[in-house]
Structures are given as C-alpha cells and as structure tokens.
Design a protein around this ligand. Structure first.
Ligand SMILES: C[S@@+](CC[C@H](N)C(=O)[O-])C[C@H]1O[C@@H](n2cnc3c(N)ncnc32)[C@H](O)[C@@H]1O
Length: 498
C-alpha cells in the first residue's frame, strides 16, 4: 500500500483520552487498543466528509441517479482502488452495497464485483446504472415522450400500496398517480431495462412528492399531511396544544413533472456516458440477501479487495427511512418487519441473530467454523469491556434506551463474522477497506474503528492503516451536555491479508 497523503496531520486530538465519562467504568482494554493502533492512525485530507458521504455523488453523472445519503462517493472508491493494485478481471466485494457505488466504479475500471444488500432498492439502482452503456437511447426518449402525454382519467381509483408507517404519505392525487404510472409501465411493451430505469426515477422522487422527509431513525411528517392533522384534531379534542407546525419542504412537488425531470436528467447522463465511455467486460454479481448468510457459502481465496461501509452502529433504521421506496417496490408490512431484523444489528429494535447464525453454519456443514469465530468474538477484551460498561451504564440509568446494549453486542458479533469470512475468502495481498464512524452511548466511547481492527487482527489480517478524516463527528447535544465533548473519529480502516 502506498502512502495516501504526503502531508500528515498530528494525531493528537484524534485519540481518546477518556473512554468512560466520570471514570465510571474500566477503560484499560480500550486504552490499550488506542495505544496499539495509534501507530497506524493517520489523519488525512485525501478523504473528506463529502467523499465518505453522498454529497460528492450529487454532482456525478450516474451516481446521482439515486439520492442515497448513506452512500460514499465514486471518488472515495477510485482512490481506494488506486491503492489496491488490482488487475483487470479480479474480484472486489462490497458486502453492504447500498446504491452500488463500489460495484459501479469497479465495472467502469474493468474489475468484477460481488455484493449484497437486503433492500430491493439496491437491485433497482445497480441494474439501472450497470446498463448505462447498453440502453437503446431512442427507446428511452420514446418512453419519455409517451410519459409526457399521459393523463390520468378522473375516474382512476387505485392507489399506490402503503403500510402503517407510510399511510397518507402522499397528497390524494399523487397516491392515485403513482398507481396509474406503475400500471402503465407494467402493461407497456418497453424493455425490462427501460422499465427498471423508470422505476429508479420514480423511487428517486418519492420523498419530494410526499409529506415526509428522511430523518435518521424514522420519517418525519409535514404539518400539511392528513396524519398530522388527525393527530392535532385529537389533541384539540383533549384540550392539548397542536404539534409545532413543521414544513418538510416549501412545496410538496407535483409527481408527473418531478418524475419527468428525473427521467430527462438520467437520459442526459446516459447520452453523455455512451458518447464518452468504453464498455468493459466486468461483471457485477448482486444478491439481495444478508451478507451474513451469503459470504459463508463462498469458496476460499477469491477476492482481491473489499471496499464497503456497513450500517453504522448509530440506531439508524434503513427500513423506516426508506419505507416509501421499499413499499413502492412491493415490500409489505411483514416483509418490512423481517427486513428490519435482517439488518446488521444497528437499531434498538434489533434482536440477537447468534442462534440463527449457529443453525445456518451447521446447515452448511461449518459448525466448527462458527465455533472458531464465536470463540474469538467472546475473547476480544475491548469488546467485553464495552459490553460490561454498557451494562453498568444501564444500572446507573445512563442509557436512554436499553436496546442499545443488544444493538452494540449484535453489531460487533455480526461484523466479526463478516471480518472472519472476508479473511477466508481474500487472496494473499488483498486489501480490505471499511468506512465507519465511532460512537458514544451513555458516556461510553466505543471506538468502532479500533475494536474492528482488533477483530481483524484476531482473524489474521495485518492492520495497515486507520485513516481518520480531518473533520471529526459531532457529539449529540444530549451526550455533550451530560458528558462533555470527545473526539469521535470517522475512519477508513485498511487491512491486508499478507
Ligand atoms: C452505509 S450503507 C452502504 C452504502 C454504499 N456504500 C453506497 O455507496 O451506496 C449500508 C448498507 O448495508 C445494507 N445492509 C444492512 N444490513 C445488511 C446485511 N445484513 N447484509 C447486507 N446488506 C445489509 C443496508 O441496507 C445499506 O444499504
């Protein structure tokens, strides 16, 4: 691995001095990790906050087709691939594909990729983008022209499907228009690729044409929605004050024009890319399933690199924030709930997966491998220290949700299984890059980057670098008021199978 940056910034200020606020809990194991990995910690400006977030993709042709705020940028993937020295035809993996940034950049550079995601949004996004050089542009233009002429009859009465948390998310006309367009698309004779492209354009508009906005753990609702108005009517009847008026955006956009603008933007990008790019033979293999249950089935020593960002350990619930898109793609109430549990444990609702994992490994004849990994997980000192500290914090009344304990335990346990499996399926010399954020709960700092790196070492990886972005993560106002400010790194950990 070459050095990523010529100018190094001092690491002081990026190392944690006190892991446990008010010295309530032991912190020896975390301190010892901090010392151990400070040797490979590098503060860098090569990657910045925009490159590990969606912001840079907004300007990118192709990568802007789906507003996926949790995505990283094509720039970040390009930078990491430059460091990895991969030859054409080799395989790169992204176990948590999201909008598919890693796979698409790999495809453009001629590298094959494999990856997973539990959400169908990924499949729509990756298929739409991976076909860019294959689309027949005149077919897309024909579809756009026909779309412009569409008029929904006044008598049309179907509405787009909904689940409890999305009920009433759109103005009445839009509810019907979305159903009308879906029916038109499904009955049309356009190719499956062009239909999928239209689907992507529609899901990329849903938030803007709705009364909702994505706000981390859930959808936040506009005061013009029937849902908020009904709540306020009940409050009024009880003599309570109405909820504070909240406008998620000035205008709730009109569906047809918004979808049309999206289609025209995407068609423009396709034209540009088709004129300026050369097709590669690279394949993208995407499977819509949990990485936890797919990677163990792969054979040893097949990967040359991994570039990924798992869900962060921050209570962010993808199945709630992407509820509109998931439901539009046909996910019903029960499937949505199951998907929530399939997420790597990253919400306070996550239930332990360890028994299912044991049963799964046994079913594929790998009970021994399960035991080997699980024993390592249980022997990790910093992880045990964090779990002990969170239990103490619970008794002390410092956790505002006790589900945090289960989340953190599941998070590290499941990620450790992923790390162990990645080691097994990597070739010698393969580089693994994980983007992640450190967190703090109940006054306890959890160094996700270093604990993950210590698991990586336990499974055999050499920890080459931990890049920390110059801009650190802010603390939540609650935690800051109660426990003061601490440096929370946003890191890219780089491991090598030597
Ligand atoms: C931080 S996002 C990845 C974003 C991606 N790097 C991009 O540029 O779009 C994490 C993704 O992991 C997915 N995910 C969560 N649990 C998963 C699991 N068990 N297996 C596979 N994917 C999962 C989520 O649905 C989400 O899309």
């Amino acid at each position: 691995m070459e050095q990523l940056s010529l100018f190094k910034f001092p690491i002081e200020g990026y190392l944690v001095e006190h892991f446990s606020a008010d010295n309530l809990c032991p912190e020896k194991a975390r301190r010892s990790l901090e010392k151990h990995f400070s040797e490979v910690l590098e503060i860098t400006e090569k990657f910045n906050r925009q490159s590990v977030s969606y912001q840079l993709s907004k300007k990118d042709v192709l990568h802007s087709w789906l507003k996926y705020k949790e995505g990283f940028s094509a720039d970040l993937v390009n930078n990491l691939l430059d460091e990895m020295k991969i030859s054409e035809g080799e395989i790169v993996m992204d176990p948590f594909m999201g909008s598919g940034t890693t796979a698409l950049v790999c495809q453009m550079r001629g590298y094959n990729s494999i990856g997973y995601d539990i959400m169908p949004i990924s499949s729509v996004s990756i298929n739409a983008k991976a076909n860019t050089l294959k689309y027949n542009l005149s077919e897309i233009k024909k579809m756009i022209n026909e779309f412009k002429t569409l008029e929904m009859p006044d008598t049309y009465s179907r509405i787009t499907p909904f689940v409890a948390i999305t009920k009433g998310a759109y103005p009445k006309y839009t509810e019907r228009f979305l159903a009308f367009i879906a029916e038109w698309r499904d009955n049309s004779s356009y190719s499956d690729e062009v239909k999928n492209l239209l689907t992507l354009c529609i899901i990329n508009t849903l938030e803007r044409i709705s009364y909702t906005t994505k706000s981390g753990q859930y959808l936040s609702w506009d005061c013009r929605s029937a849902k908020v108005q009904e709540v306020n009517a009940i409050r009024k009847a009880k003599g309570q004050k109405p909820l504070t008026a909240k406008y998620v955006r000035d205008t709730i956009h009109e569906a047809k024009d918004t979808i049309l603008a999206e289609l025209e933007h995407v068609a423009g990008d396709i034209e540009l890319i088709q004129q300026n790019s050369v097709a590669t033979d690279a394949r993208i293999d995407f499977i819509q399933n949990s990485a936890l249950y797919e990677i163990p089935k792969l054979q040893d020593s097949i990967l040359k690199g991994v570039i990924t960002s798992p869900p962060y350990c921050n209570r962010y619930d993808y199945t709630r924030t992407y509820a509109l898109e998931l439901v539009y793609l046909g996910v019903d109430e029960n499937t949505l709930k199951k998907m929530r549990q399939d997420l790597l444990s990253c919400t306070v609702e996550s239930r332990p997966k360890i028994d299912d994992l044991r049963a799964f490994y046994t079913s594929i004849g790998q009970a021994k491998r399960f035991n080997y990994i699980y024993e390592k997980v249980k022997s990790n000192k910093a992880f045990s220290e964090v779990m002990g500290a969170l239990h103490t914090r619970k008794k002390h009344g410092d956790l505002n949700n006790n589900g945090v304990i289960r989340m953190v335990e599941g998070y590290f346990t499941e990620l450790a299984f992923i790390y162990a499996e990645l080691y097994r399926i990597c070739k010698k010399g393969a580089i693994v890059a994980f983007v992640n954020d450190n967190v703090r709960y109940g006054g306890e700092v959890i160094p996700i980057d270093f604990i993950s790196s210590s698991f990586a070492e336990q499974f055999g990886f050499k920890v080459k670098k931990v890049y920390s972005l110059k801009q650190r993560k802010g603390n939540s106002s609650q935690q800051m008021a109660k426990y003061g400010r601490v440096a929370l790194r946003k890191s890219i950990t780089i491991w090598e199978k030597e």
